[in-house]
Design a protein around this ligand. Sequence first.
Ligand code: NI
Ligand code: MN
Length: 225
Amino acid sequence: MKFTFYGHSCFELEINGIKLLFDPFISHNQLASHIDVNSLKPNYILLSHGHGDHIADLFTIEKNSGAQVICIADIAGWLNGKGITNVHGMNFGGGFNFDFGRVKMVYALHSSSMPDGAYGGNPAGYVIYADGKKIYFAGDTALTYDMKLLADENLDWAILPIGDNYTMGADDAIKAAGFINCKNVIGVHYDTFPVIVIDKAEVSAKFEKAGLNLQLPAIGETMEL
Ligand code: NI
Ligand code: MN
């Protein structure tokens, strides 16, 4: 399975040639100016919640690719109203077997509304079971005790926000890695805006001290999971 980082909380998982793009926010991210949004042709687009910094490029990429959008049922309804009909709505605790593997929607502690002010349901995270691996994407979230429900999943990788201010910061993300019992962490949702700029060396040292493998791939970088 290949992971490619596109900045902020946007990344792509490639699973046996099938591409899953998460939380598309590229063209408004100055740090991702070297990424061409029109080059992205995912098979699926997964949304954690309705905030602009997670869906800004959804319409462009969906139009270019015809990807199926996976999201919470409330956002699915909003997308239908905007003319996007290839949508798979889910809700907490529910899983579904897609052609690439299984997706389960899990709880996130945050807020959610659509860019036009419409109701966006609740924010979500996902567990992806595919290609013999288990990957957790927390979405935008605070540290929450519900993460302990994932402790016995034997997760291979966790993609966690670490930027603080809008989500948990590094110290709580380290606690989260303990709650979910996962040593391999990819940090996201940092550096994009002044209030979430982190000291990468300091954060990396904290994770290392906690016995965790923190990866902070460059924007555009691909790594094997
Ligand atoms: Ni958000
Ligand atoms: Mn966000």
